[in-house]
Design a protein. Structure first.
Length: 124
């Protein structure tokens, strides 16, 4: 029988709070949880990829509503490959924009860092 991963183990594995997994289960974001005879949530190792996927998409600032839609498409199988690809490509644009913005901010910080370093040297 495959190993069961309970909420606490999954939370530790992904370094997230247990309540977040319960919340995602209640909201239908993570649909792979099963219940044991004591009504504890668990999933099998093969299902952990769904947790990783949800967490990764969330880090890209994809709204939960969109993540739910994406997971529903995954559950429907190959017939939805194009739709899933479109969602990922759209999210890639969001992330690349965010990356560009961060690069601009880093460049500004480096400029100011150099400015102050030079100003302090000239003051002496």
């Amino acid at each position: 029988m495959p190993k069961r991963y309970y909420i606490k183990e999954i939370a530790n594995k992904f370094n997230i709070p247990e309540y977040l997994l319960r919340y995602y289960d209640e909201k239908g974001v993570i649909t792979k949880f099963k219940r044991d005879e004591n009504d504890y949530r668990y999933m099998f190792e093969d299902d952990l990829i769904f947790v990783k996927t949800v967490l990764c998409l969330k880090k890209t600032n994809m709204p939960l509503k969109e993540i739910i839609k994406y997971i529903e498409l995954v559950d429907q199988g190959e017939i939805t490959l194009e739709s899933r690809q479109a969602m990922i490509l759209k999210q890639e644009k969001v992330v690349l924009k965010k990356q560009h913005d961060l690069e601009e901010q880093i460049a500004f910080i480096n400029y100011k860092k150099d400015f102050y370093e030079q100003a302090i040297k000239n003051k002496k």
